[in-house]
Design a protein around this ligand. Structure first.
Ligand SMILES: Cc1ncc(COP(=O)(O)OP(=O)(O)O)c(N)n1
Ligand code: TZP
Ligand code: MG
Length: 219
């Protein structure tokens, strides 16, 4: 499914990013089911970090998560790996500054959602020129999930992009939990992308529902 800009803004409202290393031993399929019950609006399969599955095992988990998203009409995005996105018939792909160039992604994966990470206004402008559909902006706050994350920019990073004329759908990412979500949305984000606030919660369903309530209050 390729979404129009307004549909994409809506889909980005509560964006779960996750792979098996984020689930603290719980079954990622069960974590995703609970998060969907709680009200997530978009999902990114990011099988990365210590203990991450590789090859056929990663693809097999991706296929289960993809199927679950399809059943609930949740857009399914693959992190980094264009081949996996093709194999899983994903709705899109998210690439960072060090990943496959957006132009190459578009060529290999036409008609799909392309998200690009941007850490400042200059990167946001180049991502826009390269044809991004949305930008992932962060880290908003300190994160323990991505060890090679760039310097924290806070919600002010979003404000700078909006003031610099970036109108593209934006999602904040990095260390966002129920306490920090509102500032990110008020800074100009269309949504929040979270990993640990949902996957490491005692109840991923309740954590997602609480974040969704905050989004609904502000959007
Ligand atoms: C929604 C969203 N925003 C940013 C990122 C980070 O992407 P990247 O900088 O390529 O880092 P990795 O996730 O690949 O480690 C993201 N994945 N999703
Ligand atoms: C993938 C990614 N990109 C920037 S920060 C981050 C990790 C966010 O994880 P958490 O929500 O647990 O801080
Ligand atoms: Mg990447």
């Amino acid at each position: 499914m390729k979404l129009h800009t307004d549909q994409l803004r809506e889909a980005l409202q509560l964006y779960l990013v996750m792979g098996s290393p984020n689930c603290a031993g719980a079954d990622p399929v069960e974590v995703l089911k609970a998060a969907i019950d709680g009200g997530i609006t978009m999902f990114q399969y990011r099988e990365k970090g210590a203990g991450a599955l590789t090859g056929a095992a990663s693809l097999a988990l991706g296929a289960q998560l993809r199927e679950l998203c399809a059943r609930h009409a949740i857009p399914f995005i693959v992190n980094d790996d264009v081949g996996m996105a093709e194999a899983l018939e994903a709705d899109g792909i998210h690439v960072g500054q060090e990943d496959t160039a957006a132009e190459e992604v578009r060529r290999r994966f036409p008609g799909k959602i392309v998200g690009i990470s941007a850490h400042n206004l200059a990167e946001a402008q180049s991502a826009l020129a390269a044809g991004a559909d949305y930008l992932g902006v962060g880290p908003m706050y300190a994160t323990r999930t991505k060890l090679d994350a760039r310097e924290v920019q806070g919600p002010e990073g979003l404000v700078r992009m909006r003031e610099g004329g970036i109108r593209l759908p934006l999602v904040g990412i990095g260390g966002i939990d129920a306490a920090g979500a509102a500032a990110v949305l008020r800074g100009g984000a269309d949504g929040i992308a979270v990993v640990s606030a949902i996957t490491q919660a005692r109840s991923p369903r309740e954590a997602a529902a609480e974040l969704r309530e905050i989004v609904n209050m502000i959007k």
